[in-house]
Design a protein around this ligand. Structure first.
Ligand code: FMN
Length: 367
């Protein structure tokens, strides 16, 4: 285990709170408008209970998973986070190094530092490049080619961000997050965001036909779009409402997951994110058909709490939670999990971005 002082994830969350100024903290934890979608993510996860089996030999539990041909210590991907460098100066390279050191997947955001080539060169673990489209077809294709040349395992288009949403914690302070400014300046200094708004299925078709790399669409919320993704030859349907940071008043993660899994079946792989902060959260997603689970804020909290060693420690704790959750559910491999391990239930705490951490009091300065 890395030599860092954290024994629980709530200690990492608290340390991030103490290290970050209010602006960066709000950028990290915040969501859109009423933040209802974010709360529904937690509500949907906490509304499911695990149904354990007993008297099975669980003396040897295997938490590993496989995704896009890579073996992972746990079926987890560090989700793309713009402006990671405001939490820790190494930014996307630090996250990539932590994922490689631990043994999980990482998805690198196109709106964080350093460059995609530098991120790719920083670590040799499996990694995916995520793009926000800030230019025309030539620009986009050039970005795909750069990602391939740099050695990324797969390419992801985020498709739930036709426009930047109203994140009121930032707006009220007059703050434009670094990643938003970066998006605006990446191609068009006048701040023209229309390329992302113009993005449509014909772009997906073009990219699919032109490039031989696993393709992922991140931000699929409905069975209709999941079906279209499959029709377009997409390899991974990434079910996500962007952690509640795009459309407000959306549905919770688990509802989206169930609907999309039922539609996609084995025609594509399923990734999911939004509100997964515990090992048991991840087990629920796997039981409902996800192949891999993305973690966003968890990654950012760990980055802010101490960079690479703390991200690795967070992943080790998460792995321990997954392992214990599996043993106590009576399974020794993730393939054994299915819907029979899941029951509808009642949340026991009001949903919030902190509801997975009942011991954390983010306003308690005496930590
Ligand atoms: C601070 C922050 C920045 C993000 N930046 C990006 C980004 O650049 N690209 C992207 O596709 N998603 C981005 N997301 C969304 C995450 O990839 C992921 O979908 C979301 O965080 C999952 O929810 P969770 O934070 O509850 O785990 C960001 C999320 C956060 C919290």
């Amino acid at each position: 285990m890395a030599d860092v002082p954290f024994r629980t994830i709530h200690q990492i969350v608290k340390a991030a709170r103490l290290r970050l100024n209010q602006t960066h903290w709000d950028y990290l934890v915040g969501a859109t408008e009423t933040e209802t979608t974010l709360k529904r993510n937690r509500m949907s996860i906490d509304s499911l209970a695990l149904k354990p089996r007993v008297l099975r030999d669980v003396s040897n539990v295997d938490t590993s998973g496989s995704f896009l041909g890579h073996n992972l210590k746990i079926p987890v991907c560090l989700a793309p986070i713009g402006s990671l460098q405001v939490f820790e100066e190494g930014g996307g390279a630090t996250a990539a190094k932590a994922a490689a050191e631990f043994g999980c997947m990482v998805m690198s955001s196109s709106v964080c530092m350093p460059s995609l080539e530098e991120i790719a060169a920083s670590a040799d673990g499996p990694k995916i490049f995520q793009l926000y489209v800030r230019g025309d077809a030539d620009w986009t294709d050039e970005m795909v080619q750069r990602a391939i040349d740099a050695g990324f395992t797969a390419f992801c288009l985020t498709v739930d961000t036709a426009t930047v949403s109203r994140r009121e914690r930032d707006i009220a302070k007059g703050v434009v997050p670094t990643s938003t400014a970066f998006m605006q300046n990446q191609r068009d200094p006048s701040g023209n965001l229309n390329y992302q708004a113009m993005l449509n299925w014909s772009d997906v078709k073009r990219i699919r036909e032109k490039f031989d790399i696993p393709l992922i669409l991140k931000g699929i919320n409905t069975k209709e779009d999941a079906a279209m993704a499959v029709d377009h030859g997409i390899d991974v349907v990434y079910v996500s409402n962007h952690g509640g940071r795009q459309l407000d008043q959306g549905r919770g993660t688990m509802e989206l997951l169930r609907e999309c899994v039922a539609e996609v079946g084995d025609k594509a792989k399923i990734a999911v994110d939004g509100g997964f902060y515990r090992g048991t959260d991840i087990l629920k997603a796997i039981a409902l058909g996800a192949d891999i689970v993305g973690i966003g804020r968890l990654e950012a909290w760990a980055m802010a709490a101490g960079g690479q060693p703390v991200v690795v420690r967070m992943l080790e704790i998460l792995r321990n939670e997954i392992l214990l959750g599996m043993a106590l559910s009576g399974v020794t491999s993730l393939e054994e999990l299915d819907e029979s391990f899941i029951a509808e239930s009642q949340p026991v705490v009001p949903p919030s971005v902190f509801s997975a951490f009942p011991l954390v009091d983010v306003d308690d300065e005496g930590y």
